[in-house]
Ligand binder design. Structure first.
Ligand code: SF4
Length: 222
């Protein structure tokens, strides 16, 4: 097994990658973005949050998860004793898709190497997907977030915990917020070493996959 470089060296490499990505024009999203949203936070974090792509405010500020969604994320982090500075936050695609449409398969394909390198450099214990799109894409499944969440999955040598996008909780459902709180407890358990692999599900009912409008995307992360 190859040795992991020291945190300082990995942080330097991440900063170099960020500077490169800020100039990226590989896919069409470069034409309409205001800023590249590479990601931000602790380059040696135990947890990386992964969303779908930047929204309007993120595009304007060049930072992931700002505005009300970002505030809720920070609130939930606070409940498990973390701040935004403790974690790393990134997206599947680094530039905003126009009118907040879903990223297209060729855009994901063009951008996914950046996320992969971020993961290799940060070496988090747990990856947390925020929302339906990122969760289905990274887990390569057509099962929706409502059924995926509440569990952890082995993924690229670490655990992945899928949860809702904070915007879903902000839309007013107390159930969604409570379930996000449960998921953050799972994140805390992974960070503290109390949960190291997916719990067995011998009695779980078979899950019927939900239809996916874009099944082509499912094979892009492997
Ligand atoms: S979305 Fe990714 S691949 Fe496309 S231009 Fe932005 S950084 Fe480059």
């Amino acid at each position: 097994m190859s040795e992991v470089p020291p945190a300082a060296a990995r942080a330097d490499e991440l900063a170099i990658l960020g500077a490169q990505v800020n100039q990226c024009t590989v896919c069409r999203l470069a034409e309409t973005r205001t800023n590249v949203v590479f990601g931000s936070g602790n380059p040696d974090a135990d947890v990386i949050f992964v969303g779908e792509g930047p929204g309007q405010q993120e595009d304007e500020q060049g930072l992931p998860f700002v505005g009300r969604s970002g505030q809720l994320l920070e609130e939930l982090l606070g409940e498990i004793g973390l701040t935004r500075a403790d974690v790393y936050i990134a997206n599947v695609v680094k530039c905003r898709p126009p009118k907040n449409r879903d990223p297209r398969p060729d855009e994901i394909d063009a951008c996914k190497g950046y996320l992969r390198t971020q993961l290799e450099l940060i070496q988090p214990k747990v990856a947390v997907t925020l929302g339906n799109f990122a969760s289905k894409l990274l887990l390569r499944t057509d099962t929706g977030i409502t059924r995926l969440r509440g569990n952890s999955y082995e993924w690229w040598g670490r655990l992945l915990v899928p949860t809702y996008h904070p915007a879903a909780a902000l839309r007013g459902s107390a159930r969604v917020l409570n379930e996000m709180r449960e998921d953050f407890q799972t994140i805390q358990a992974v960070i503290e070493g109390k949960l190291t692999r997916r719990p067995p599900e011998p009695s779980a009912a078979p899950v019927e996959p939900e239809p996916d409008p874009d099944p082509e995307q499912l094979d892009l992360f492997n």
